[in-house]
Design a binder for this molecule. Structure first.
Ligand SMILES: [Zn+2]
Length: 323
């Protein structure tokens, strides 16, 4: 293939984030058609300075970056894109309203989630707390547009030999890029070595009537990884992963165990997702209300989809019962 004439090099730049997840990895790909950055880190001055210095050490200024590929829309990955004035942005089509900060999309999203929390039994104070957290995350993002929307099977523009694979679950915008000849992938937060990725619940996007069942999607996207010849996968956080198949099995097994644990906690009672979240995460519930809720609701979706639990509505509130 033509691209083998390039001497492609992938290097990792690790940047600090103000989030609980810790530092984020940004990847620089040299020696292919376009000088490419995969993700940028959150919008902090500390991160920006470090990123500029790391690029300088490799002989580049930010003006030299020709394209940025975004693995997904989360603030710790997209915050600095507008500072690369010559870079074209590539990512999932669903990135568009996030990057454009489309007001009606953001309002609909937040309203949907607030109603979802309420219908699953969360109290008003906690809902307001999550609302404020979400608003505060916006300061770590910027406004930009997607130049190249890409879907599964598409060639990555500017990167010969790389193709896109959609891996929804952690985010609805999550993609992985894969170089089959070199058996390398850059997978964003789809699979992380030292922690399990949260399959975050999102509101429906335009054209969708219901929210995606993100944990069910996530499991499908995880198992799909086994179909590809990947020797090393570079993640958004932590070290590269060599044994993908074993880690996928470990993650799926952890989810099965957690679903079983939730069933035990529920006993014979009809409980709301909020009540189950507090039982499951007594210590971190207040610190990470959004993530713990997503984690619980995802596993409840799993129990319902496998016929191990059912829902019932009482006066607008949804309860779960195991069997
Ligand atoms: Zn993420």
């Amino acid at each position: 293939m033509a691209y083998t004439k390039y001497k492609q090099k992938i290097s990792t730049i690790t940047l600090p984030t103000p989030f609980l997840v810790g530092p984020v990895n940004v990847y620089l790909i040299e020696g292919n058609e376009a000088l490419t950055l995969v993700d940028t880190g959150p919008r902090t001055e500390e991160g920006w300075e470090l990123l500029c210095n790391e690029l300088l050490e490799r002989g580049y200024t930010t003006k030299d970056i020709e394209q940025i590929i975004l693995t997904h829309h989360h603030p710790d990955h997209v915050g600095l894109i507008d500072r690369f004035e010559n870079a074209k942005i590539t990512g999932h089509p669903k990135l568009k309203p996030w990057l454009e900060k489309n007001e009606s999309f953001l309002n609909q999203t937040i309203n949907y989630l607030m109603n979802l929390y309420k219908s699953h039994g969360m109290n008003e104070r906690m809902i307001e707390h999550i609302y404020n957290l979400n608003m505060s995350y916006l300061q770590f993002t910027c406004k930009a547009k997607v130049d190249h929307p890409v879907r599964s099977g598409d060639e990555v523009p500017g990167l010969k030999g790389w193709k896109v694979i959609e891996t929804p679950g952690h985010a609805q915008t999550q993609i992985m890029i894969l170089n089959e000849e070199e058996q390398k992938a850059i997978s964003g937060d789809h699979l992380i070595k030292h922690i399990s990725s949260n399959a975050i619940i999102e509101a429906p996007y335009s054209g969708q009537e219901e929210r995606s069942k993100s944990l069910l999607q996530y499991r499908e996207s995880l198992l799909m990884l086994k179909n590809y010849p990947i020797k090393v996968s570079y993640s958004g956080h932590g070290d590269p992963i060599a044994d993908i198949s074993a880690l996928v099995d470990e993650r799926v097994q952890e989810q099965n165990l957690r679903a079983g644990h939730i069933k035990e906690l529920m006993g014979n009672d009809a409980l709301t997702c909020d009540q189950i979240t507090q039982l499951l995460f007594p210590k971190v519930y207040k610190k990470q209300p959004e993530l713990t809720f997503s984690e619980t609701l995802g596993h409840l979706d799993l129990l319902v989809s496998t016929g191990q639990a059912e829902t019932e509505q009482k006066a607008g509130t949804i309860f779960y019962k195991a069997y």
